[in-house]
Design a protein around this ligand. Structure first.
Ligand code: GCV
Length: 675
């Protein structure tokens, strides 16, 4: 076999250079062969990458129909004969498609898929595939568990950390095409000239990788940095200020993507401060960026302390009446569930409920409520569950995936050496990109790819690690919030159990959500309670409203259930609760056993790091189980079965645990004692 393979890339444009360099690096590493790069004239490459516009070889191939299917960002990969020799072509309509195709080819090689007869066309289903960073200008990251912000604002624009390029490469490898650099709890300073120069420097690094830059816009910026006396969206001075600001941004960053806005939510300023609507606010910014082709992503995560209705209903009540009132370049960004990135929630009722408004979905890759950096929770099953949920908005088959134009993931990326706070957390960044590209991919297939590319193709590794990943999210649901419970985490840190949390703002407390009393547990959201079910289309509403048809895993989200009432399993609520908490702990243990079996198959460094975290997770799963079960028992007064693992401490001990204030590591292991 020849030790040199020939790659033909005819163009020297920045994105084509990126594709060429990735192929050279990847093929060298994977095949152990030298790669010779040839230009336009060569017709005998083993691998040809290009567009009909920049590659005569691609232009000569009969790929018209496939390229139409590939669209602006997709690609075709095909085994062909060129001049009688076997070759592979990576073709696309645009350079960025070639780059995505190059990564796909490397993925196929690295995961040992057969290349003979290769013939695939791939196009992203969603146009907007974004990472949202909740990064502050002082270098901290809200709900970030992977170190400081990647963005070195003080050093930019002169100093360009090489990780910026690697960050862009990683994103392009999974098809992510945009990044919101700043926290939705926004700082207006990002819109000042000095910061815009820094943003432009980042945009220059990201551009070849197809990664557009977006910023969060603080609604009160005209007051804070503009010297105006108001931020009223209908004020002509305010409108002129935002239009001029948009012009200034686009002069610095011609392909700037647009704004993401959190308004009138959790203390952020917004149009309601001036008795205007969310549509007035969104349209103000949309008009400013429209001449430049920009968009506005306006978040639906709103709830008001003044409104006494069920918190999970407020976004629906607020936004549905505004359907049709937004400019065409506004997207409403809706969290996957109506509460706040819980281990399990029903899909958000806004999906399918705003027929005249483009929606995008926001998910959290950083695991604020799922054990943060230290617990293993592979999130693809959670996202798959919501993407496939049927809203019935336009009849059966109206899945959430079909109701959205884009998806944003709150990034779990920081300056930690492993990028994401733990080795296995990287799987969530990967899974997010893959599902954003193709929401029909299965969690199992994504896990399989990631393990093969991260650890090994050895089935003795792939099988156990895939098993661990696929059960991990349900384990977290079981030991934290089984059977449809939600928001039972400690106040503030959202780490560790706190089902007793009360006081302060009611709809941020655990007791508001669990409604535990001597009769039973759960939030009645049927017509006899808050009637939140009414926000869903009829078949879904009926399914959730009836005790006969509500899925067990959402039971307590929608119903207040008596402690001794029998569920479909024939067991009482109390018995089912105990089983679920125990199942969570048991899965924690089985994940440890699976990982321990890999000692000689995974490098020692990563093996020990993951092993240590799985120990933490098992200990903390017991903490969750014991604290929760004891707390529910103080209402149910029902006994634990004789063979149930006895909680190590009385309830008061758990209630009095005070976690360290360090937001990165709020674990209580020091006080919990050895596992
Ligand atoms: C960025 C939750 C988080 C907040 C976050 C907010 C949001 O409430 O705890 O940290 O703020 O969601 O999504 O705006």
């Amino acid at each position: 076999m020849s030790t040199t393979a020939q790659l033909v890339v005819a163009s020297d444009a920045a994105t084509m250079r990126a594709a060429r360099d990735e192929l050279v690096t990847g093929l060298r590493g994977l095949l152990g062969r030298n790669i010779r790069v040839a230009g336009a004239a060569s017709r005998d490459g083993a691998l040809v990458a290009g567009t009909p516009g920049n590659s005569p070889v691609v232009a000569a191939l009969p790929l018209g129909a496939e390229l139409r299917q590939a669209g602006p960002e997709g690609f075709v990969i095909r085994a062909v004969a060129i001049g009688g020799r076997r070759a592979i072509v990576v073709a696309a309509n645009r350079d960025i498609g070639v780059l995505y195709g190059a990564f796909q080819l490397l993925r196929l090689l690295q995961t040992e898929r057969p290349l003979a007869g290769l013939d695939l066309v791939s196009a992203p289903r969603l146009g907007l595939r974004l990472l949202d960073h909740w990064d502050n200008l002082n270098g901290t990251v809200e709900r970030g568990y992977a170190g400081a912000s990647l963005w070195e604002w003080a050093r930019l624009p002169d100093s360009i950390n090489p990780r910026y390029r690697d960050y862009a490469r990683a994103n392009a490898s999974i098809g992510i095409n945009g990044v919101v650099l700043t926290n939705v709890n926004a700082n207006a300073l990002i819109l000042t000239p000095a910061y815009l120069g820094k943003v432009a420097a980042l945009a220059r690094v990201f551009r070849p990788w197809g990664l557009k830059v977006y910023l969060t816009a603080r609604f009160s910026a005209p007051l804070e940095i503009g010297g105006l006396a108001t931020a009223d969206p209908l004020d002509s001075g305010v409108r002129a200020w935002w239009a001029a600001k948009a012009d200034e941004i686009y002069r610095a960053i011609p392909d700037f993507g647009g704004f993401l806005v959190k308004a009138n939510s959790e203390g952020q300023p917004g149009p309601q401060d001036y008795h205007r609507t969310h549509a007035d606010g969104a349209n103000l910014l949309a008009d400013a960026v429209a001449p430049h082709g920009g968009i506005v992503m306006w978040r639906a995560f709103v709830y008001s302390s003044a409104v006494p209705t069920d918190r999970v209903m407020q976004a629906g009540d607020e936004f549905v009446p505004l359907d049709g009132a937004f400019r065409s370049n506004v997207l409403i960004q809706v969290k996957n569930g109506p509460l706040d990135f819980q281990p399990r929630e029903p899909f958000h009722p806004l999906f399918g409920a705003m027929a005249r408004t483009p929606l995008m979905m926001e998910v959290q890759i950083t695991k604020e409520y799922l054990g943060q950096d230290s617990h293993l929770a592979f999130l693809a099953p959670l996202w798959e569950e919501v993407l496939r949920a049927d809203t019935y908005a336009h009849g059966p088959g109206s899945t959430v995936a079909k109701e959205i134009q884009g998806i944003a993931g709150v990034a779990n990326v920081g300056s930690d050496r492993d990028w994401t706070g733990s080795d296995l957390n990287q799987a969530n960044w990967y899974a997010f990109g893959r599902l954003a590209w193709d929401p029909t991919l299965s969690s199992a297939a994504i896990a399989d790819e990631w393990i093969r590319m991260t650890f090994s193709n050895d089935p003795r590794v792939v099988g156990p690690v895939q098993g661990m990943l696929l059960v991990s999210r349900e384990a977290v649901v079981n030991y934290m919030t089984p059977l449809g419970l939600a928001h039972q985490m400690a106040r503030g840190t959202h780490y560790g159990p706190g089902p007793w949390v009360t006081g302060g703002r009611a709809d941020q407390t655990s007791v508001y959500f669990n409604r535990a009393d001597s009769a039973g547990l759960g939030f009645d959201r049927t017509a006899t309670g808050s009637d939140a079910v009414r926000q869903y289309a009829l078949p879904v509403r009926n399914r959730f409203a009836s005790r006969d048809s509500v899925p067990d895993d959402l039971l307590l989200w929608f119903h207040h259930v008596g402690w001794s009432e029998r569920l479909r399993s024939g067991r009482t609520l109390w018995e089912e609760l105990l089983r679920h908490y125990q199942a969570g702990v048991d899965t924690g243990r089985s994940m440890q056993r699976s990982w321990d079996s890999l000692e000689r198959l995974v490098d020692a460094e990563r093996f020990h790091r993951v092993q240590a975290l799985l120990r933490v997770q098992e200990a903390e799963a017991r903490w969750w189980r014991d604290a929760s079960v004891l707390y529910w028992q103080s209402f149910s007064h029902l006994p634990l079965p004789p063979d149930y693992e006895v909680p190590r401490h009385p309830l008061d001990w758990y209630r009095q645990l005070r976690c360290p204030a360090d937001p990165r590591k709020p674990r209580c292991d020091a006080v919990m004692g050895a596992p």
